[in-house]
Design a protein around this ligand. Sequence first.
Ligand code: AMP
Length: 188
Amino acid sequence: MLMESPPVGFDALNLIDPICRAVQSEKYTHPTPIQSQAIPHLLQGRDLLGCAQTGTGKTAAFALPVLHLLAEKQPASGAKGPRALVLTPTRELALQISDSFRTYGRHLNLKQTLVFGGVSPKPQINALRRGVDILVATPGRLLDLYQQRCLRLDNIEVLVLDEADRMLDMGFLPDIKKIYAMTPNNRQ
Ligand code: AMP
C-alpha cells in the first residue's frame, strides 16, 4: 500500500516531452496521488502493486510510464510481437485503456491495438499481423489467439494487470497464470 505524499507537478516526474505535451493537452495540471506515487517507481523499472479507487487516474498511472519506457528504449533488433501487455477483465475497460494509450501516446510513434472476446477475431488477428507495441487484452481472447499462433509474447517488457482484484473475482486466475508464464522472466 502506498502512503500519501505532498502534491507535485508533472514536471517533477521527468516524463519525456511528447508525453508531457499530451498530458497538457488533456488540461491535467497535477498528477493525481496514484500517479505521483506510482510513476517514479515504474520509471525505475520496478514492479509495483497499486491500489486506487475508480476515477482516480490509475489508467494514466500505468499508461504514462509504459509509453515513456517503450519510447526511451529501442526494441531488440529483429524483435517481433508486442512489448507491453495490459490485461483487463472486460471489453469496456479494454476500450477505455486503449483510448487512454491513444490519447497519451499521440505524439509518439508506438502502435497499439486491443483484443477481446465476443466479436470476430479476424480484424484483431490482422491488426496483430501489422505489428504492435502495446497490446490491451482480455485474458480469454488473448489465450485463444496465442494458442492459434496469432501472436507471440516473448518480447514483452512490461506486463500490467489492470483491475487485478476483479480479474481474480471473475475466475481469471488460471488464465493469468498461463499468460504470465508465456512472458519473459525479466519483464517488469
Ligand atoms: P481513471 O481512474 O484512470 O479511469 O481516470 C479517471 C479520469 O481522470 C479520466 O477521465 C482521466 O482523463 C482523468 N485524469 C487522469 N489523470 C488526471 C490528472 N492528472 N488530472 C486530471 N484528470 C485526470
